[in-house]
Write a protein of this length. Sequence first.
Length: 582
Amino acid sequence: MTIGRIRHTLTIGHRLLLMGFLCLFVVSVVSAPRGKRKKKPVDERVYLIHADELRYDIYGPNPDAQIVKGNVSFRHKGARLTCDSAYFYQTSNSVRAFGHVRFRQADTLNLVCDRAWYDGQAQMLQARQNVVLKHHKQTLFTDSLNYDRLYQYAYFFNGGRLVDGKTRLSSDWGEYHTDTRQARFNLDVQVQTPDHRISTDTLYYETATSRAHVVGNYTTNKGKGKVGPSIIKSKGSTITTTDAFFNTRNDKAELYGRSMVVDKAKTIIADTLFYDSKNGNNRGHGNVIYVDDENKNKITCGEVVYNEKQGKGYATKKALIMDYSHADTLYMHADTLRLETFFINTDSMYRKVHGYHKVRTYRTDFQAVCDSMVFNSKDSCMTMYQDPIVWNEGRQLLGEVIKVYTNDSTIREAHVLGQALSIEMLPDSTHYNQISSRDMYAYFVKGAIRRNDAVSNVRSIYFPIDSKDSTYIGLNYTETDTMRMYISPERKLQRIWMPKATGTLYPMTQIPPDRYKLDNFAWFDYIRPVNKDDIFNWRGKTGGTELKEIKRHTAPLQQIGRPETTAQPTLSSKPVERKKGN
C-alpha cells in the first residue's frame, strides 16, 4: 500500500471518528435533563449611567464613595434613579441621592423626594422629605417612606395621605402593596369622599376597586381621647361600626359587627346591614331594630329590606311594630310587614302598611287579632281581614271586615262590615250584653266610644241595671232594623234610638234558658293577647267557630223594551216605542 493511500485511509477514518463523536455529543445534549441547564446569571449591580462630574475624596467623610454631580442617573434591575447629586458606593451596591430625586419602575410607579438612600443588595429605597409616590391613578404624599422592591410594598410612619380620584385617605402609619394595589392605614385614619367621611384606627383599602374595609374602633385626639366605634358620616347620617366595607366609587356599604345608622330622627341597628345609594336598596339581617323618634314608632325583626327611592320594603322573622305616640305603647306582630309608598316625594304622598299572616295587636286598652291587615296613611284607616276580632276592656267586636280610623294615633271611628257581633261582658263575668247585625259603626271622642250604630237585621240582648242598688232588672230582647246607642264619657248607656222594634223584657227569674245568648254568640277570650309578649303566640279559633262565608247573589239582569223595539227611559211610566223606518 502506498503512502498516499495510507494517508487517504486515515483521513477517512478520522472523518468517521469525528462524525461519531459529533453524533454522541448531539444525543447527549438532547437527552440531557432540562433541569441541569445553566441559568443565565442575574445582574445585581447598580450601574451609574451618567453624571456631569465624577470624583473621589479619599480624605473626606465618604472615602469609599464616588461623588457624582449634575444630571445623575442610575439603573438597577429595570428601575431608574435620577437626582442632582449622589454618593455612589459601588462596593456595597448602594446610592445616597440628593436633590430632585426621582425613582421610576416600569411605566406604573414613579417616586419623587428631596433625598433618598437606595440599597441595591436589599432592593430597598428609603425616601425622605416631600415624598410623592404615584402608582397607576393613585398618589401617596408623605415625608418618610420606605419602598421594598423585593416584596413590592411601600410604607410610611410619620403621617401620609393617599389620593384616589376624589377620595382622600390620611393616617399616621400606612403601607401600600404595588403588586396587589392594596393599602393599609393605622392610627387616626381619615377618609374623605364628596359625600362621606370615615374616621377609624385601622382601614384596608383596595385601590383597584376603591373598596375600603373599616376595622376596629376609633380613638380621638391621637390616642389620648375617647375610644369608640369607627364613624362614617354622610349628608346628615352617621354610621358607627367596628367592621364595615365601603366602596367610595359606587357608594355601596356592608356593615357587620352590630353596626348602627342614625339619620336625623331615624336609627337602625342590625348584625348586618347592606346599603346601595345608587339604586336605594337597603337590607338588614340579624336582630334588626329601627327607631323613628319623629313619628314615635319602632320596628324589630330578623330581616328587613327597603328601597328608599321607591319607598317600598318589608320586614319579616318575628316582625314587631311598636307605636309609642299614644300614652300607652301599641304592639303589633305579623309574619311579614310590607310597606308601599305612593307618589313619593310629592305633596300627595301616602303609604300603605300590609301585615300578614297571623296578626296580633296589644295595648293595655285595645287588643286585636286577624289573619291580615292594611293601614293606609291617606285616610289613617287600618283594615283587618279574615276573622278579625277587636277587644276593648270588657267588649269584644268581630265581623268579616273591621276598619279602624285614627286621628293622631287615637281611634276616631270603627266600622264592622258583615256578620257584625258586639259582646260586652258585665262586671259579674256571667251575663253579656250582645248586639248582632249586618254592619256596625262606632264613633269615638278622645278615644272613648260615644255612639254605636247597628244596621240591618239587628238583634240585641241587654241587661238593664237598677240605678239605686245596681242590680239587674231583667233581660231585654229586641229585634229591629236599625239601632243607635248613645254612651256617656263614663261608658254608661244614655239612650237608645230605634225606628220600629219588637222585643220582650224578661224578669231575671223568668228568663228562658235559650234567651241568655244569641245563636251566633262566641266569646274568644282564649285568643285574646294578654300582654305584649303574648302577641308572638298565635292561637286560632277552635273548629266550627269561624265565620261562615255568606254568598251574596247579584241582582238579575233586566231587559227594557221588547226585542223588536228599542226602549228609551223617560219620565213617563210607559215605554216609548219607535216606529220602524225612523
